[in-house]
Write a protein that binds this ligand. Structure first.
Ligand code: ZN
Length: 129
């Protein structure tokens, strides 16, 4: 068993595989996400839709919520790979979780950006004080 962390493209391949498990009966838009934590663990997520459409949850949020539930903390996340470009709400989550870099597909390209590049001038807890 290798102890080397996955490369960004390997992490994206994990997200691709996870996407097959998405629950997306309404949009048929299957999204997968793979989060690489600092301890080397990879946490997967998929989008989960609901008949009450606004209640659906994006793959990034299911992966990050699962990571938090399993004991990780904001700042523990080295990379997040997503099979599609993150929506605006998820960009706020990526910022809040202190993700170092985000790897995602958009228009046939694979892009790597920081949360600050994805959501400049973002709102955070310092703004609440
Ligand atoms: Zn989203």
């Amino acid at each position: 068993m290798s102890t080397a962390p996955p490369t960004d493209l390997e992490l994206l391949a994990v997200a691709d595989a996870a996407a097959a498990r998405a629950y997306a009966p309404y949009s048929s838009f299957h999204v997968g996400c793979a989060v690489l934590a600092r301890d080397g663990r990879v946490i997967e997520g998929v989008n989960v839709e609901n008949a009450a459409y606004p209640l659906g949850v994006c793959a990034e949020r299911t992966a990050l919520a699962r990571a938090i539930a399993e004991g990780h903390h904001p700042g523990d996340f080295v990379a997040v790979a997503i099979t599609a470009s993150p929506c605006g709400g998820c960009r706020q989550w990526l910022h809040e979780m202190g993700v170092e870099r985000v790897v995602f597909r958009n228009g046939g390209r694979v892009l790597t950006m920081t949360p600050d590049e994805l959501l400049p001038e973002s709102f955070d807890s310092a703004d609440l004080q």
